[in-house]
Design a protein around this ligand. Sequence first.
Ligand code: ZN
Length: 169
Amino acid sequence: MVPLLQAMDHPCRVDQVRVGIINQNEINAANAGNCEFYVTMGLLRRANDDQLRGVLAHEIAHQDLGHVAKAQVLGAGLNILSAGLQQLFPAAGALAPIAGELVARGYGRTEEYAADRHGVDILRRAGYSKETLLDALTWIRRTAGDGGGGFLSTHPGLDERIATIEKMR
Ligand SMILES: [Zn+2]
């Protein structure tokens, strides 16, 4: 996650970054503004490193572009710092597993396409390629039938987004 954060136009300071781990089986992730991110246990359990990187690049792009955060967590309460999770997100100043439900309403269409495009920029600056985001979205589409509904419901139009990224130079 660190190389992606450093590749932002307005980089989040490492001590500024917060990652909330939501105890939810759906595959989902969100940006809550102020360099705060949420990922679900469903995402962490099933994604490989590259898929997770692609999803995070998209969410970091939302942050970098200043999109108004629409993520909130219902029923948050449990708040434990887990050392094991620090390895996944070495950049995060604090990792807080949260017992709650991630409710992330989708951004507008325009913001989603902009976040994909800027996410690819961020990936490239960090030494990766657009394939990282493409593979992540393709994986989510494939996994959707098996509890991936979260990301799909908050990030609609996956087929078109994949086609658009494929055309990017
Ligand atoms: Zn998005």
